[in-house]
Design a binder for this molecule. Structure first.
Ligand SMILES: NC(=O)c1ccc[n+]([C@@H]2O[C@H](COP(=O)([O-])OP(=O)(O)OC[C@H]3O[C@@H](n4cnc5c(N)ncnc54)[C@H](OP(=O)(O)O)[C@@H]3O)[C@@H](O)[C@H]2O)c1
Length: 289
């Protein structure tokens, strides 16, 4: 271990740090004085983000390209962090991806892809970073979604994967508490972004039988988009307070609680919050021979 570790600023590693929420979280942690490690797969995009953040006058972050779904690459990543800093105080698992579709069409291959992207990535990084986090009494923050807390129509395998992440997060918190490592989950609703409403157009159009609203953030959920900076601030607060579970926006907490205590009422409320039921497009007529 680096002998200067206790005198140097704390170190935070953010996965999925080159776009959307991950970038906002990186920025917020830099402002908090962390030595920041940005992780994503595309080295060019990582370089661009390092340039952008450096030009903003912040301390220059370090970027380490890594596919966090690959155990070997994740192992090497942690080794690099240990060699370079000798410590890690915060790991934020941001990598994840949403989906559009209906359960009736959800195949095992897609389920596996979504579990890998939303759950296995967080599991691998947390396991590999645990020895470093134990040394610092550090903290893991996993980025879930409202889909970690409630089901919602038209989101394909996303609620399945994000519920699994919520379960994993609680289990890690319980098991790692005696080891001095805190693990928390942030479950945000739809987050504002420039390409909102366009990202899932293809999945919704291709004869999916989904209503057009399904392409919208949250699959057409009537919840106002959150500024990414607000979610990033919630991450900073979670690290400071070592809080366990945060739902954003706050006013949706009762919806989750009601759904747990009175599921039928929860379903009724959810149906009111989401778009109208789709009329499935009829299958194409058989080709004439
Ligand atoms: N967007 C929303 O409205 C919303 C709402 C609630 C929760 N969330 C959650 O917030 C998180 C971020 O979502 P986002 O929409 O902001 O993400 P995004 O814009 O799609 O960005 C994904 C980031 O992850 C990186 N990445 C993807 N796969 C990776 C892998 N295997 N290894 C390393 N890096 C990888 C990407 O860079 P490379 O492609 O270069 O690797 C990129 O930096 C997700 O967990 C999502 O479920 C999003």
């Amino acid at each position: 271990m680096n002998s200067n570790a206790s005198f140097s600023p704390p170190v935070a590693l953010v996965t999925g740090a080159t776009a959307g929420l991950g970038l906002a979280i990186g920025r917020a942690l830099l402002r908090e004085g962390y030595q920041l490690i940005l992780v994503a797969r595309d080295p060019q995009r990582l370089n661009d983000v390092v340039q952008t953040l450096s030009a903003e006058g912040a301390v220059v972050p370090v970027s380490l390209p890594c596919d966090v779904s690959d155990p070997e690459q994740v192992g090497r990543l942690c080794q690099q962090v240990d060699e370079r800093y000798g410590r890690l105080d915060v790991l934020v698992n941001v990598v994840g991806t949403s989906d559009r579709g209906m359960v009736v069409d959800l195949g095992p291959e897609r389920v596996a892809q979504l579990i890998t992207a939303n759950v296995v990535t967080a599991l691998l990084c947390s396991q590999a970073c645990l020895p470093l986090l134990e040394r610092s009494g550090g903290c893991v923050v996993n980025i879930g979604s409202l889909a970690s807390k409630v089901g919602a129509r038209f989101l394909g395998g996303y609620p399945l994967a994000k519920h699994a992440l919520a379960g994993l997060t609680q289990q890690m918190r319980l098991e790692w508490r005696p080891r001095g490592v805190h693990v928390g989950l942030i479950s945000p609703g739809p987050i504002r972004r420039a390409d909102a409403g366009r990202r899932y157009e293809q999945q919704v159009q291709q004869g999916s039988g989904l209503p057009a609203q399904a392409a919208q953030p949250g699959g057409g959920t009537r919840v106002k988009g959150l500024p990414p900076e607000r979610v990033a601030q919630a991450v900073v607060r979670m690290i400071r307070r070592r809080s366990a579970d945060v739902i954003l926006p706050w006013h949706l907490r009762p919806l989750v609680a009601i759904g747990h205590c009175w599921p039928a009422l929860g379903d009724w409320l959810l149906l009111r919050f989401t778009s109208s039921a789709p009329s499935r497009t009829p299958p194409p007529p058989p080709a004439e021979s």
